[in-house]
Design a protein around this ligand. Structure first.
Ligand SMILES: C[S@@+](CC[C@H](N)C(=O)[O-])C[C@H]1O[C@@H](n2cnc3c(N)ncnc32)[C@H](O)[C@@H]1O
Length: 291
């Protein structure tokens, strides 16, 4: 199975403009799709991912690039980007790329627990060393806190009813699987007679994933670090997949004194890309240049 199809690849390459000798940091290596294209243009890449599976996957098929010294791969959270970049000789980078969220591989692997379409344990950790799983939140957090999480990070209008239904269900038996949680959410929607285009579990799953992986916090911590490791004229590209991420990127771009925004409006996929890769549909790319 394909590990991950890189999104908005033409826009990324156009903005980053990789060329021989230039240095790039791919903060979210995933399947290495963007990195591979940058390497093809004979630039050097430092790739980070907090998921060991992504690191192993790329290290395996890019073994010759690693041997040649044009690719360095590190298992790390991108909230350590400044320190790692400096340590690995990327303290004056030509570009930094964040392609946020989860990879298709993470979504497709049932046991990772990211997908409501596949039965698996309620895990959702991108980094398996993280201490809290989605099932810990669902089974141990107070109902009020679960409501807050689903409302804040899922923007779910029925957060209160969902948190209530979770609390009732877990008193009978702990909620351990993605499908059990999905059933509970679907039942809430059925009772409210709500039909909708998206699977009703979408927002709750998004919220849990964001909290388990501290996604917004990591973004807030890492963005300011990037301005310290980009050289003058170096470019920062961030692709986000939900409004909370995009809001954070936009806020950072607006408030950073060291950046010139290159994208007045975010760049999204063309209909042809959405046709080929439906997971690209919510992608929003924003880019800025270091002053
Ligand atoms: C959308 S995928 C990237 C796909 C990649 N651009 C490609 O073309 O194959 C996002 C990746 O970012 C990783 N990730 C998410 N948050 C991270 C963080 N805070 N630090 C490091 N990696 C992170 C995930 O584990 C996942 O592998």
């Amino acid at each position: 199975m394909n590990y991950h199809t890189p999104v908005l690849i033409n826009a990324v390459l156009e903005i980053l403009d990789p060329a021989p000798g230039k240095k790039y940091i791919d903060a979210t290596l995933g399947g290495g799709g963007h990195t591979t294209e940058i390497l093809k243009r004979e630039a050097k890449v430092l790739g980070l991912d907090r998921d060991q599976e992504a690191v192993d996957h790329v290290s395996k098929y890019q073994v010759s690039s690693i041997k040649k010294g044009i690719l360095t791969v590190v298992k790390a959270n991108f909230n350590q980007i400044e320190e790692i970049a400096k340590e690995k000789g990327f303290g004056q980078a030509d570009g930094v790329l964040f392609d946020l969220g989860v990879s298709s591989h993470q979504l497709d692997k049932a046991e990772r627990g990211f997908s409501f379409q596949k039965e698996g344990a309620l895990d959702m950790r991108m980094d398996r060393d993280l201490p809290i799983l989605a099932s810990d939140i669902i089974n141990n957090f107070e109902e009020r806190r679960i409501d807050e999480i689903i409302q804040t990070y899922g923007q779910e209008k029925f957060s209160r009813s969902i948190a209530r239904a979770i609390n009732i269900a877990r008193q009978i038996k702990p909620i351990e699987t993605t499908t059990k949680l999905t059933e509970i959410i679907q039942e809430v929607y059925r009772k409210k007679n709500q039909k909708q285009k998206l699977n009703p579990a979408t927002r709750t799953f998004q919220a849990l994933r964001i909290v388990v992986n501290s996604e917004i916090l990591n973004l807030e911590e890492s963005m300011p670090q990037t301005t310290k490791i980009l050289k003058k004229g170096g470019r920062l590209v961030a692709i986000s997949y939900h409004s909370l991420e995009d809001r954070e990127v936009k806020r950072f771009f607006k408030t950073s004194q060291n950046l010139r925004v290159l994208t007045k409006k975010p760049i999204g996929p063309q209909p042809s890309e959405i046709m080929q890769n439906p997971r690209s549909r919510s992608a929003k790319l924003r880019a800025a240049e270091k002053l």
